[in-house]
Design a protein around this ligand. Structure first.
Ligand SMILES: Nc1ncnc2c1ncn2[C@@H]1O[C@H](COP(=O)(O)OP(=O)(O)OP(=O)(O)O)[C@@H](O)[C@H]1O
Length: 229
């Protein structure tokens, strides 16, 4: 569960990136976060992952109060999140299987557990036959599926996808969104940050629109209410 209450963020340059954001996301929701360039979307993600602290206000993520979190607790908080980026961020000299398994190894999972869980998650994202490939032997859509598998491998409460389809053609983008929808149906909360109006409009989901560091609309009626601002 995410709860932002009256959150502001002013960078050292004096830029007021967030100007009083209130946003509540319950466990199990699927939410699109939209807004023009510079509206504050990346800043919100960086607050949710504890890369940045808010200037004021309260940021609660999966039970962790981030404006006052101790450094030692940050890795535990981050394990509750799976983050996916536009540029995939895969390890180029590791196979698909190893890219996903690695994320379990770094948190000290037992080899037996890894052997069981990696094939399950690769199957979930439709890559059960691609485990031995290297990332550069895959299509862009397949590479993004590896990144989704890696984000899911430690069973996070929530997936945050930052422009996950920015590098993909419309059909692949749609398939990635369907996959995120399927993952949401299995119980994981999903937040997708995107510019792609066409894609948002193909799904009937909650859309939180921000502009100039404020929430300007929040509801199920898609991108239109955001455009109308
Ligand atoms: N590290 C930083 N230092 C100073 N100002 C910053 C920094 N990062 C972002 N900003 C400013 O804060 C505001 C919000 O930026 P942010 O990156 O959150 O927007 P965004 O909605 O993610 O944009 P985009 O869609 O282009 O990625 C902008 O005015 C930006 O220039």
């Amino acid at each position: 569960m995410i709860d932002l209450v009256n959150v502001t963020k002013t960078y050292e340059t004096g830029t007021h990136a967030l100007n009083g954001i209130d946003m509540h996301i319950d466990d199990g929701e699927f939410v699109f976060l939209v807004g023009p360039s510079g509206s504050g979307k990346s800043t919100i993600i960086k607050l949710l992952t504890a890369e940045l602290k808010p200037t004021s206000g309260s940021v609660l993520v999966n039970g962790y109060q981030l404006e006052s979190i101790k450094r030692a607790s940050i890795p535990y908080m981050r394990r509750t999140l799976g983050v996916i980026f536009q540029d995939f961020r895969l390890i180029e000299n590791k196979t698909v299987y190893e890219n996903v398994a690695f994320a379990m190894r770094v948190i000290g999972a037992a080899p037996k557990e890894i052997k069981k869980r990696v094939p399950y998650v690769l199957e979930l994202v439709g890559l059960e036959n691609k485990g031995r490939r290297l990332p550069n032997e895959l299509s862009g859509g397949e590479q993004q599926r590896v990144a989704i598998a890696r984000a899911l491998i430690n069973n996070p409460t929530m997936i945050i996808a930052d422009e996950p389809t920015g590098n993909l053609d419309p059909q692949r983008s749609f398939e990635i969104m369907l996959l995120l929808e399927q993952i949401n149906a299995l119980g994981t909360t999903v937040m997708v940050v995107t510019h792609e109006k066409g894609l948002v409009d193909r799904f009937t989901k909650r859309v939180v629109a921000i502009d100039e560091g404020r929430v300007v609309s929040d509801g199920m009626d898609g991108y239109y209410s955001y455009e109308a601002q």
